[in-house]
Write a protein that binds this ligand. Sequence first.
Ligand SMILES: [Zn+2]
Length: 185
Amino acid sequence: MVPVPVRSPMSPSRRALVLNATFEPLGIVSSRRAVLLVLGTKAELLHTTERVFRAEWVTVPEPSVVRLVRYVHIPRQYRVAVNRRTVFARDGSRCQYCGAPAENLDHVIPRSKGGPHTWENVVAACRRCNTRKEDRLPHEAGMVLRVTPVVPHHRVQLLASCGGARDDWRTYLGGAIDHFEPLTA
Ligand SMILES: [Zn+2]
């Protein structure tokens, strides 16, 4: 086992899946935060990695999956931030106009025309389509979206795919994780 100081900075791979008391995926936190949940008896350890956290008085296996002891109510409207990583994950890193590998984000209704930065108005796009569309609406540029952009349903699955889901998360995330392309960048 490789010792990890409890106060070590969060690295993208050092993440833990947090489940509600009902085993429903709730979110993804740094594994350090997951350790604190376990030490505070707010969560139980379900899966660990091969590493350990070591403080002066305690050694804890690094959590991979923890489950909250008490049920937490999460509002339905909780939304994932709209950014390059999350939109690319939703869109499978493909241009939503032509299907080529995406390089940029495109505002379907351009920001200059009041288009909002929301899931319904932001898509992944390749540089060619981005350049061709300019500051126009898709139909003005003779372009058609392949899929109408929507808010992703599987919030936690999407977040997991942004940083790479661990194998032992899959049981809890279900098949939905496969809808999203893992991003390793
Ligand atoms: Zn394109």
